[in-house]
Design a protein around this ligand. Structure first.
Ligand SMILES: *Cc1c(COP(=O)(O)O)cnc(C)c1O
Length: 493
């Protein structure tokens, strides 16, 4: 087992090399040459805790890490940074299981992978005798930025630069980033949207002269975005864990299939569920939920991916994306690992903003269903679920929950379903409270956090408490074209 590029099959890297590099020089993404099968039965896994499950799932993907190395990374990642020993608890509401992925340090699902990525990366650097300082370049739609900074802050041998769309994230998300301390962290607002940030970051990764200049000074780039395989692999774990938990609690029988419904942006989280299925996890449908930026919904209907449309700022900002990078990994698989064909499609996306699949599309349609939910749908879902059960979900999870309701209405599918709950409602308290009652329209943000805490009967998470007192220490805002200058300045190039 090795890692190759979706755009050049002659590339052959070990797992640790792929994690260090982040993105392939040809602009492609690293993919495993094969999918290992789960090495224990689901029955056996149902007796394991989160960390033990993580080891079983990850060891065959990260096959050049020793047992000690991987176990040590897992131990350091999934500790008391999480506010529950379960790490990823399942909550049942109205017969659906919400897989709560927001119990980490920055209260969004990005913590699930970004708690371990810095450890995987520094271990990978040691294994490969790399003496370069790793420069993590990251584009964020709101949650990756803070989670990556929390993971990499003051980690020796690394520094991190985060670009976020100025005006395109929630107040709490922005404050979380701008108050982040750490000698090696830098946050830069960009006058553009997430796609602008992500495309420019990918361009910088492929900038040969910049990389040469950096190498001379002892620096090398890597990525903390979900294009890094070191983020994708840890995300497979919680789908296996959720299934095992349902089995243990006798909500399903061994071998029963489940549906998984995921609020989707960059297609990383749902791709991890698809990878879990390739490992043998019994999954029926993967329901891909979009907000009003419904490129993926249209893609799953028609087989044509077309980003030529207005970019809409929504109440689920972490999903405001028109170029879902990780879809490339799925396309590559369904195209029969044809790197030339895949490269042609991605070139077409770059030049014309779209591409179409032909016969291969039927394979994808068997596995995935696209749904979408407008803000009106989401508001109603947040409101009704709260009224009926007292359970409060965030705006992203609401996109998934409302999309799932549509799916059930259309298909009458009764399969047990897990919805990926990707953020704490406290991160989006303004939108959430407005959905619960329009009378909260004009309250100020921190007041709404108190009201939410009482309404949901949940204590205010530490991540939200701390930003109320921490000083803002980052204030750089640049044009898209000046992102390169910000990067160079941070390394004194
Ligand atoms: C990042 C994010 C998503 C989208 O996940 P992808 O892996 O990019 O599809 C959904 N919800 C929240 C809260 C997020 O932070």
């Amino acid at each position: 087992m090795f890692y190759t590029s979706t755009r050049d099959n002659s590339i052959k890297l070990t797992a640790s090399q792929a994690i260090l590099k982040g993105l392939s020089d040809d602009g492609g993404l690293f993919v495993p040459s094969e999918f290992p099968k789960l090495s224990k039965s689901l029955k056996e896994i149902s007796e394991l805790d989160y960390k033990e499950t993580a080891y079983i799932v990850m060891k065959d993907f990260l096959n050049d890490f020793t047992e000690d190395e991987l176990k040590s990374c897992i131990e350091k990642a999934y500790d008391s940074k999480f506010d529950t020993e379960e790490i990823a608890p399942l909550t049942e509401a109205e017969g659906v299981y919400y897989l709560e992925l927001f119990h980490g340090k920055t209260i969004a699902f990005k913590d699930m992978a970004l708690s371990i990525l810095p450890h995987l990366m520094t271990t990978a650097a040691k294994k490969n005798n790399s003496d370069k300082e790793i420069v993590i370049l990251t584009a964020t739609s709101g949650d990756t930025g803070k989670a990556a900074m929390a993971g990499f802050a003051d980690v020796p041998g690394t520094r991190i630069i985060v670009f976020y769309p100025k005006g395109g994230v929630s107040k709490v998300q922005e404050l979380q980033m701008l108050t982040r301390r750490g000698k090696n962290v830098k946050v830069v607002g960009v006058k553009g949207n997430f796609d602008d940030c992500q495309s420019k970051v990918k361009e910088l990764f492929s900038d040969v002269s910049l990389k040469e200049e950096m190498a001379k000074k002892g620096f090398a780039f890597s990525s903390a975005n979900s294009i890094n395989i070191g983020r994708l692999v840890p995300q497979i774990v919680y789908y296996v864990y959720a299934y095992a938990k349902l089995l243990k609690e006798e909500r399903i029988k061994d071998g029963d299939k489940i549906n998984v419904c995921v609020p989707t942006g960059n297609f990383g989280n749902i791709l991890a569920a698809f990878y879990a299925k390739q490992m043998g996890l019994p999954i029926n449908k993967l329901i891909c939920a979009s907000n009003d930026n419904k490129v993926l919904f249209d893609f799953f209907k028609s087989g044509t991916y077309d980003k030529n449309r207005e970019f809409i700022l929504t109440d689920s900002p972490s999903m405001d994306i028109l170029i879902s990078s990780n879809l490339e990994r799925l396309i590559y698989l369904c195209e029969g690992l044809d790197d030339k064909k895949n490269k042609a499609l991605m070139d077409s996306l770059k030049t014309t903003g779209k591409y179409s699949l032909n016969s291969e599309f039927s394979k994808i349609k068997d596995e995935f269903v696209g749904e979408y939910a407008s803000w009106d749908d989401c508001k109603k879902k947040i409101h009704d679920l709260y009224e009926d059960t007292g359970y409060v979900i965030d705006t992203h999870t609401a996109v998934a929950a409302a999309s799932y309701d549509k799916y059930v209405k259309e298909t009458n599918d009764k399969t047990v379903t897990v919805i990926a709950s990707t953020a704490s409602p406290f991160k989006f308290s303004r939108s959430v409270m407005k959905a619960i009652d329009s009378k909260y329209e004009n309250e100020e943000d921190f007041k709404l956090i108190d009201i939410l805490s009482k309404a949901a009967n949940v204590e205010i998470p530490e991540a939200v408490k701390e930003i109320q007192t921490l000083p803002v220490i980052h204030d750089t805002v640049v044009e898209v074209k000046d992102m390169i200058t910000a990067v160079k300045e941070s390394m004194n190039l």
